[in-house]
Design a protein around this ligand. Sequence first.
Ligand code: AMP
Ligand code: ZN
Length: 116
Amino acid sequence: MALDPNCLFCKIVSREIPADEVLRDDHVVAFHDRNPQAPTHVLVVPTEHAAHLSDFTRSAGDDRAARLLAAASELGRRFGPDGYRVVINEGNDGGQTVHHLHAHVLAGRRMNWPPG
Ligand code: AMP
Ligand code: ZN
């Protein structure tokens, strides 16, 4: 399991930085976003460092992206029984600010479309 010592989310995975965790297993850690954009806003991060979604989708049979989505949907059902939104901000135009792949799970209000 490779972690980047300079990465914020790797430090949350290693518990060097505390977070309000809602799920932890061998593959993902999920915790409440510190700047929530919905009544429930959690982040799901892989337990190994990867900057981009494409790092998890290069080879056939790589199920790491599927594991991330499986955790996101489990949390979506837990926090948003009437529905929820899963977002991955990718790269500069996507609005990514932390360069450790993560899925946002937003729930607890009606979401708008198109997103900003
Ligand atoms: P993104 O813009 O997609 O890269 O999302 C990064 C998210 O991480 C933002 O929603 C931030 O509010 C959130 N964030 C940054 N630092 C922390 C932290 N220490 N604990 C929880 N959430 C954080
Ligand atoms: Zn990292």
